[in-house]
Design a protein around this ligand. Sequence first.
Ligand code: KG4
Ligand code: ZN
Length: 333
Amino acid sequence: MSKKILAIETSCDETAIAIVGCNKIKFSILFEAVASQIKTHRSYGGVVPQLAKREHIKNLPVLFDSIRKQFKINSIAVTVGPGLEPCLWTGINFANDLAKKMDLPIVGINHLEGHIYSNWLNHKNKIKFPAVVLIVSGGHTILLQMKKWSPSLKASANQWKKLGETRDDAAGEAFDKVAKMLKLPYPGGPEVEKLALKGNLNAIQFPRPMINAKNYDFSFSGLKTAVLYYLRDNPKFKKNDVCSSFQKAAIDVLTAKTIRAAKEFQAKSILLCGGVACNQALRKRLEEESKKIKAKFYAPEMKYNMDNAVMIAAAACLGKHYKANKTLPNLNL
Ligand code: KG4
Ligand code: ZN
């Protein structure tokens, strides 16, 4: 029998609510809404946590009131981290108040598991294991291994093992910072991608940090600094070429490490997720390289790459459950 989950996501600058019917790995999305705060933060060039919190407080009741009478909800899921603390608490407090008023069970969800399970929304039981998962967002760059996976393990354990992560900036953060140096609007990732399409990807030889390191960690701060020095030393730089060459360097590293992990662990599937998974050049490159090693490549439908609540409902159905009460849990990720 399908159970209807109300999911709430407020970890950063999107206020998102969804109602999703879950029956094992079958999902029916009954309602989904994301109130984006891009306009609020754009003039600051990045997310301002206190402003984001204020927007969440304003948006949550509006989004929920629009649907409260339409669905019979069975449980509530709310993101409990990682994220900006003031923002997380807004969602957690709102969810707890609702759970009390409606007498419903409530679970806490790891935002990053939300990103991982966004791949189950459209690919469901097609994904074969072992798999490697590359999470690339504004706050994280993590490579995971999933040896096997089953929906019955769900709430009891993490079904993944971390192989490596960024030692400094996240991939999305590097895109955003390079965009800022080029005076492109926030969020920078999509802007850099747009200009990169018109540039020469071999115009500038930017470094590929840690590409040959014998581990699965990443580092993007050196690449970002290389862009900064290039702009300083070449006042007549071409924005399109900078974007194209920077994006190529970032994608080279992300792809090389993911494919090496996939080979080492004989992955049948390679899963991409997180906001940077919107990047078409990254998707295309990973898909091509996956083919060469006979692994299947998966990435979520575009709207589920960026922060959303549907992925939180999917993780509530398939992932680990945490407490959603007075202290933020240790998420181990
Ligand atoms: O997952 P997400 O929505 O939020 C976090 O959990 O961080 O990811 C947002 C990040 C931002 O850094 C944004 O610039 C990046 O994803 N992003 C992109 C693209 N679209 C969004 N980066 C590169 N290319 C894109 N097309
Ligand atoms: Zn995210």
